[in-house]
Design a protein around this ligand. Structure first.
Ligand code: ADP
Ligand code: MG
Length: 273
């Protein structure tokens, strides 16, 4: 029998609001899937480069990266680097990428730069999952991520106004699906920074579940100090403090994503052979 050929699942972590847990989710979901045994690539799509920092890449060591991937397109799988997490690769970003948002405007098929770059090289097909950490906003960087993606994960911070702006994000996703990327789906809405001692968190969770039903992941990410400390050590929290509440929640999220997206992890593959 021939080998099963799979194309990577491409998950964009997006919300036009800043500070809602996109980067934390992208880094930790990617790391948890990688540690579970899947080859994972994380692409930092935010000029602020927080995902790159969170994985311990210093600012002086980020030339190339996502900027080159979008500008050179077909030439650049060299941008891929390994990380301290087994099976996890990274494409970094730096402030150059802010320029890309402007430079892209005049380019042909500007919405398809990332999709085409990822499709053009065998190096990218070796990954089972590619996670895209989007910047805040719905500009061309986020648009490129949505056009390249197969699924979108939307982190929602458990606070007042959490649902504000979410309908414009849903409209954007729907518009991208219609115009550019018919395979795009909402993977799920993820409640982040929940504080069980604060009744507002519970209300926001209830509100989100009433509005979006099964689209909301069962797993809720708690507010946890270890999560906010981990990036300054250049590590995902699931490596920095695997027993912390935050780490356990992100591991549980990875399991939920594996189930929802029907991803086979290598042990399961061999168990079926
Ligand atoms: P975004 O990428 O959407 O801007 P981040 O993931 O960078 O959001 O999170 C914003 C801030 O909140 C960061 O300082 C991050 O460390 C912190 N943070 C995110 N998730 C948690 C959490 N579960 N517990 C505590 N702090 C968190
Ligand atoms: Mg971010």
């Amino acid at each position: 029998m021939g080998a099963i050929i799979t194309t990577p699942l491409i998950l964009a972590v997006a919300n036009q609001k800043g500070g809602v847990g996109k980067t934390t989710t992208a880094v930790n979901l990617a790391a948890a899937l990688a540690i579970a045994g899947l080859p994972v690539l994380l692409i930092d799509m935010d000029p602020q480069g927080n995902a790159s920092t969170g994985l311990g890449v210093s600012r002086s060591d980020r030339s190339g990266g996502t900027y080159m991937l979008l500008m050179d397109g077909e030439s650049d799988s060299q941008a891929i680097r390994s990380t301290s997490v087994p099976n996890l690769s990274l494409i970094t970003s730096d402030m150059d990428l802010a320029g890309a948002e402007v430079e892209l405007v005049t380019m042909q098929r500007r919405e398809f730069r990332l999709k085409n770059a990822l499709a053009s090289q065998a190096a990218f097909q070796a990954y089972r999952v590619i996670v895209l950490d989007c910047p805040p906003g719905l500009g061309l960087l986020t648009l490129n991520a949505l056009v390249a993606a197969t699924g979108v994960i939307v982190p929602l911070q458990c606070e007042f106004f959490a649902l504000e702006g979410i309908s414009s994000l849903m409209h954007t996703i729907e518009a991208v699906r219609r115009r550019f990327n018919a395979r795009l789906r909402l993977s799920g809405i993820l409640l982040t920074m929940s504080d069980r001692r604060n009744s507002l968190s519970g209300l926001v969770e209830q509100d989100a579940r009433n509005h979006f039903g099964d689209w909301v992941f069962d797993v809720v990410i708690p507010r946890n100090i270890r999560v906010s400390e981990a990036p300054s050590h250049g590590l995902p929290v699931i490596v920095y403090d695997p027993k912390s509440q935050g780490a356990m929640a992100y591991n549980a999220l990875a399991e939920e994503v594996v189930k929802k997206e029907k991803i086979l992890i290598p042990q399961q593959v061999s168990a079926h052979e």
